[in-house]
Design a protein. Structure first.
Length: 424
């Protein structure tokens, strides 16, 4: 907690009845706090060791954030990121209009196919028999210079094999065959996909085909990081896109086109490329900060003249560096004053720091409440800390995980001089 916040808490405690701690009773192995030189020590008869805590009466303290330093990459038309579950941890840079997303459009295909035809990890799924329509779709994609997987009339391929080919090799005809099989026609797929996008509050993402080959498959970079939320909720898509390679019939061992995998915690996503609009990439990454796993999504559109993989890995790494373990209650900070029988007032002081994982830039409002019966025989009184960010109130993790150590200071007020309580 910063100095100003700590002073605010202490000032509030004085209003409630304490200018200084004259005597300190240490519980749970904490060292006794030294009394001020001007104060006389209380006798043991003065110390009351039981009491029932009342609801917190101190005002919430504000802990100001610091400027986040994001490494927005050069050579990129648009970029965006989000950190799931952390207030304020979302931003975008560059062109905020809708741009071609290239083969990232295949993620929309796979999500809609799996909603209609669910498949579990390790399952091959139904077998699809290659038809004349599939061969015609393959020829169309090949004429446009797209990556295609070999197919022969009557050949049998599983749903999982087509999913692997569409995601890892970015095979255009694997995508169109999946759309044909699941929806009956390419037109039916497009209608279904856009309805799915509307339903999931992604109306600014638009698809016109299953492959991403058209420049009219568009999205904002900020839309795409929201699309990655749905990838995370579909374990099979995250699994497939996180593979380094897969063995696909007719193709052999195929490497993932996403070469950013393994860098900066990146473990899933999809790449794309169009000569007319540049490269694209959407990734998911996991980092551990303060013992807590956090999930990061990042998107780049219109990448030209720089390494797409290095650019997105650098962006993710800089985002992770802004997710920090922040101290919200320092050792020695006072927590709520409460009434204790036989004494004017008592106050706990933290003997263990409390931290929470938060976005560096977010202003936090911290409120502290004591829970449980307080007495010397049961020193493990717990501290409940609530942190309020821009989106509302949430509970923090308390360090250490178990009951928090504390020290109990008994304060007696002898007299009031000019309206100000004087502690003795």
């Amino acid at each position: 907690m910063d100095r100003s916040s700590a002073l605010a808490l202490r000032a509030r405690a004085r209003v409630l009845g304490s200018l200084a701690a004259l005597a300190a009773l240490t519980v749970a192995g904490c060292a006794p706090a030294a009394a001020p030189a001007s104060a006389s020590a209380s006798t043991s008869d003065d110390l009351v060791t039981t009491g029932t805590p009342q609801p917190a009466t101190i005002d919430a303290a504000t802990i100001a954030g610091e400027r986040a330093d994001i490494a927005w990459p050069d050579g990129v038309q648009a970029a965006a990121f989000e950190v799931e579950g952390l207030d304020g941890a979302i931003d975008a840079s560059g062109d905020d209009g809708r741009l071609p997303m290239a083969s990232i459009a295949k993620l929309v295909l796979v999500l809609t196919v799996l909603e209609r035809m669910p498949l579990e990890s390790g399952q091959p799924g139904p077998t699809l028999t290659v038809t004349e329509t599939d061969l015609a779709l393959r020829s169309q994609a090949a004429r446009r210079g797209a990556a295609v997987m070999p197919m022969q009339l009557g050949q049998q391929l599983t749903q999982r094999q087509l999913l692997d080919a569409a995601m890892l090799q970015s095979s255009a005809n694997a995508a169109t065959s999946l759309a044909q099989w699941a929806f009956g026609s390419q037109e039916a797929y497009v209608a279904e996909a856009n309805a799915w996008l509307d339903e999931h509050d992604l109306a600014d993402v638009e698809v016109v085909d299953a492959t991403g080959l058209s420049r009219r498959n568009v999205a904002r970079a900020s839309d795409l990081v929201q699309l990655m939320d749905h990838v995370d909720r579909q374990p099979l898509v995250r699994e497939i896109t996180g593979q380094w390679q897969a063995d696909i019939p007719g193709l052999g061992v195929v490497a993932n086109t996403n070469r950013a995998l393994g860098h900066a915690g990146i473990d899933s996503g999809k790449t794309g490329s169009l000569n007319a609009s540049g490269q694209t990439v959407l990734v998911g990454a996991t980092a551990v900060v303060g013992g807590q796993a956090v999930r990061i999504h990042a998107a780049l559109l219109g990448v030209r003249g720089v390494s797409r993989d290095a650019a997105v890995a650098s962006l993710v790494a800089s985002v992770v560096a802004q997710v920090v373990e922040r101290e919200v209650l320092a050792v020695g900070d006072p927590v709520p004053v409460f009434d204790v029988t036989g004494s004017t007032a008592s106050q706990l002081h933290a003997a263990t720091a409390v931290t929470t994982v938060a976005w560096r830039e977010t202003d936090l409002e911290v409120a502290v409440a004591l829970t449980g019966q307080v007495d010397s025989a049961t020193p493990d009184a717990a501290i409940a800390v609530r942190v309020r960010g821009p989106s509302g109130e949430m509970a923090t993790s308390v360090a250490p995980a178990g009951p928090m150590a504390w020290e109990w200071r008994i304060v007696h007020v002898r007299r009031v001089t000019q309206g100000v309580p004087e502690a003795v």
